[in-house]
Write a protein that binds this ligand. Structure first.
Ligand SMILES: Cc1ncc(COP(=O)(O)O)c(C=O)c1O
Length: 383
């Protein structure tokens, strides 16, 4: 087992060793770490629902009524009324015929991609897609092709060459998790039609944030009816944990019968379903939450643009500040940390080599003063 020591040392030497910080309190814009308060710019809890009183009340009520565990997988005896309630809620919210929930978003991607495609099929993925998509593609045993980020010429070339495959699936984040930009969904869906490919969009970072009704990037782009498989998470703007897929009733019935990460795992606790229902209701009933998030996004973006800071083509609450060198990114993150501001340095393998970055994420509860504090500290440190 010497290789473990060797590989850990190699990670440390390359400034790639990862350590966790312990948050000793609820999630929010302030994180309590070792008794000190840190202003957090690194949570996917975009609408600050993770500790919302309505969501907590829903959890407590559900625990009272249904207990904590679900006891078995959905297809054995773990399918409880709360699972059906959250699936109905998601389908209604997303204006789809049907929905299925998985214990995590990761499992939703892995199970869905690997059951829609298999040997003899072609699965095509953007280079910057989330790791769960990549793992789903690999697990599927389909021919797996990757196109450079948002390069539609390369995507078309792959599709053109792929005529002989039984089925073709193009899968993409709709909002990229590390660059924060939007996928070119209009071009992707047009190419899919031309070459008779299925499409799947991962709305993890878009659900609750983008679109007039906060349904996601596909709503924002006016393309909700053009994508066959819509995946999302309950773990980001909705504030808890879980993944989902929505679409036609046939698609969802198919996944219930075929997706191994749905079939062979214990059903999520009923209180998690209740929390997600409460979260979606808040998103529906309180547009001011997303409006406040967008005010913050526009405010930060305006300042960084004025300062010529490279933030890729990001458009939403994920604002990457590209540094390049991993060591330098870590050093900057440490300086911010020493000044009680939490912004993570994101390094390879999460992002390509040479594109290490500070990944800032905004929340609805940040104030202009919070953002000014971050920007002033960054301005002092980034030349
Ligand atoms: C684009 C994308 N898809 C899927 C996931 C996985 O979701 P979850 O954290 O709910 O497992 C994430 C988050 O980590 C993500 O960023």
């Amino acid at each position: 087992m010497q290789f473990i020591k060797d590989e850990l040392k190699e990670l440390e030497d390359k400034a790639l060793f990862r350590k966790m910080k312990t948050v000793n309190g609820a999630q929010g814009k302030i994180s309590l770490i070792e008794g000190e308060k840190y202003l957090s710019f690194c949570s996917n809890n975009y609408l600050d629902l993770a500790n919302h009183p309505d969501v907590k009340a829903a959890v407590i009520n559900a625990v009272d009524k249904f207990g904590w565990g679900s006891g078995a997988s959905r297809l054995v005896s773990g399918n409880m009324s709360m699972h059906e309630a959250i699936e109905n809620k998601i389908a209604k919210f997303k204006e789809k015929e049907s929905a299925i929930v998985f214990p995590t978003g990761y499992m939703a991607n892995v199970g869905t991609i690997s059951s829609l495609t298999g040997k003899g099929d072609l699965v095509i993925s953007d280079r910057l897609n989330h790791a769960s998509i990549i793992d789903g593609c690999r697990l599927s045993q389909a021919e797996f092709r990757v196109y450079p980020h948002s390069n539609m010429e390369k995507l078309e070339k792959i599709l053109k060459a792929g005529n002989s495959y039984r089925r073709k699936l193009i899968v993409t984040d709709t909002v990229f998790s590390m660059d924060g930009d939007l996928a070119l969904m209009e071009q992707i869906t047009t190419l899919a039609k031309k070459y008779e490919a299925m499409t799947m969009g991962d709305e993890a970072h878009a659900t609750g944030v983008f679109g007039q009704n906060r349904r996601g990037a596909l709503e924002f782009l006016g393309l909700e009816d053009e994508v066959d498989v819509v995946m999302g998470t309950l773990s980001k703007a909705i504030g808890g944990i879980g993944g989902f897929v929505c679409g036609s009733r046939d698609l969802i019935d198919y996944l219930r019968n075929k997706a191994k990460s749905f079939i062979y795992t214990t059903a999520m606790p009923p209180s998690v379903c209740a929390a997600s229902i409460a979260g979606i209701e808040l998103i529906e009933q309180k547009p001011e939450l997303a409006q406040s998030l967008w005010r913050n996004i526009n405010y930060l973006r305006a300042i960084l643009t004025k300062q010529n800071v490279n933030v890729c083509n990001s458009q939403g609450p994920i604002v990457p500040i590209i540094i390049g060198d991993a060591e330098k990114a870590v050093k900057l993150a440490n300086i911010l940390y020493n000044n009680k501001i939490l912004v993570p340095a994101i390094r390879p393998p999460t992002v390509p080599k040479g594109s290490s970055r500070l990944r800032v994420t905004l929340m609805s509860s940040h104030t202009k003063a919070d953002i000014d504090r971050l920007v002033n500290m960054l301005a002092m440190e980034i030349e």
